[in-house]
Design a protein around this ligand. Structure first.
Ligand SMILES: [Zn+2]
Length: 412
């Protein structure tokens, strides 16, 4: 176990975990070109400049993932690294629609991620649940496809539905029917909100979508009434300090609002968001939190409260916390905090619109199927559903997908 204790991570985009080496290997075997041909070139592309660039890079690099084996490998690789840093439970986000738009069958995507979640548990002992993401620029009818496919995999670890993408200008309310359908399917709402937009966005996520948790949510602090409501409803915020720095939500990690959120009575879990792209990992986020004076025992408890797992898993996670020497964990993380905080250069640009988000499920007991093994064939019915609906091209333009190929000239 990590010196900095057991960890529950509820906000990590699986596409944003992919190491440059893996990305290049996938590109080669799938015959998909990347805008860079070396690890250094990919790493340079990953270096955050501004949010538009980030989205373009995200779209340009993630398209190399095409097969169930690719998606499985992404989950397993991240789960291994996270487990080495103490992760015992992860909720992974993925954005299926981007892959479907490029011709990858829905079933390939969901099966691969679900297989990876199962393999991660068997090999590394880390529980992985999945919360597919709806991008805010998708028309609600296209978003409904994400819910439909997610509902077929509730017995294979899909526990919720997220909402992400540019937050400013894309309020959550139009997706209310989509999230109502998700709730009917047993999928909890875990949207992004309160990252680059303020209190109204968080309120919309709570009231229109029935959010079980909020991913980010740091700007809720701007409205004391909203803070009181979040506390009263016991809503957990999945906070990602380095991400907030990279996207310009905060200017300096030393001034991150995490201690203020905790002081206000809000329960905050800690997560990496897009660790490969943002140059972070769980150890670093925990060291930063310890440096800010935040109790890692409480961070774990918040993660446990927010996790969309079955009761058996919850009991096992609680037992892991009970076995932990939290004083020692806190001291170890604090000892690394100065380097963790100083190691993240402040980005000069600020974000123009919100980050990608996703939402998770509610209370489903995901996992590998009723027999606990990886061989479940749940969710494999209805495989005829392919492709995308009408009206999506406009949304694609807004996300920069159509413009993205111009970046191919940035290297080689
Ligand atoms: Zn996110």
């Amino acid at each position: 176990m990590s010196e900095t204790g057991p960890k529950i991570e509820l906000h990590v985009h699986l596409e944003g975990t992919v190491r440059p080496e893996m990305l290049l290997a996938m590109g080669r075997r799938n015959n998909e070109a990347l805008p860079a041909r070396t690890v250094e070139g990919i790493a340079e592309l990953y270096r955050f400049r501004d949010f538009d660039h980030f989205i373009k890079v995200w779209v340009l690099t993630t398209h190399v993932m095409r097969t169930a084996d690719d998606f499985r490998e992404v989950v397993v690789d991240y789960a291994r690294r996270a487990a080495e840093q103490g992760a015992v439970y992860l909720e992974g986000i993925f954005s299926p629609w981007y892959r479907v738009h490029r011709g990858v069958p829905w079933e390939e995507i969901f099966t691969g991620y679900a297989d990876g979640a199962c393999e991660a548990r068997e090999r590394f002992g880390v529980e992985v649940r999945l919360t597919p993401d709806i991008d805010r620029v998708l028309p609600p009818e296209a978003a409904m496809d994400v819910v439909r496919w997610s509902s077929r995999f509730v017995d294979r670890g899909v526990v919720g539905i997220g909402l992400g993408g540019p937050e400013v200008g894309y309020p959550p309310e139009p997706y209310a029917p989509v999230f109502a359908a998700a709730a009917d399917a047993g999928l909890a709402a875990v949207p992004h909100a309160g990252e680059t937009a303020g209190a109204e966005s968080v309120r919309g996520a709570l009231h229109a979508l029935g959010a079980r948790r909020i991913r980010h949510g740091v700007r809720a602090l701007e409205d004391p009434d909203l803070v009181a409501e979040l506390v009263e409803r016991n809503i957990v915020l999945d906070v990602c300090p380095v991400s907030n720095l990279r996207t310009g939500v905060v200017r300096d990690l030393a001034d991150h609002p995490l201690p203020a959120l905790v002081a206000a009575g809000l329960r905050c879990s800690l997560a990496t968001d897009d660790p490969a792209m943002f140059g972070t990992d769980l150890e670093r986020e925990y060291a930063i939190a310890a440096g800010l004076g935040v109790s890692l025992r409480e961070v774990f408890a918040a993660g446990l409260a927010g996790a969309l797992c079955d009761e058996g898993t919850r009991v096992r996670l609680a037992a892991a916390a009970a076995r932990t020497d939290w004083d020692r964990v806190q001291a170890a993380a604090a000892a690394a905090s100065a380097a963790a905080i100083a190691g993240s250069p402040v980005v000069s640009g600020s974000v123009r619109d919100g980050g990608r988000g996703s939402d998770g499920g509610r209370g489903s007991d995901g996992g590998c199927g009723s027999d606990g093994g990886c061989g479940s064939d749940g969710g494999r019915d209805g495989g005829a559903d392919r492709g995308s609906g009408s009206g999506i091209a406009v949304a694609v333009d807004r996300t920069g997908v159509e413009q993205a190929p111009s970046m191919a000239s940035t290297e080689g």
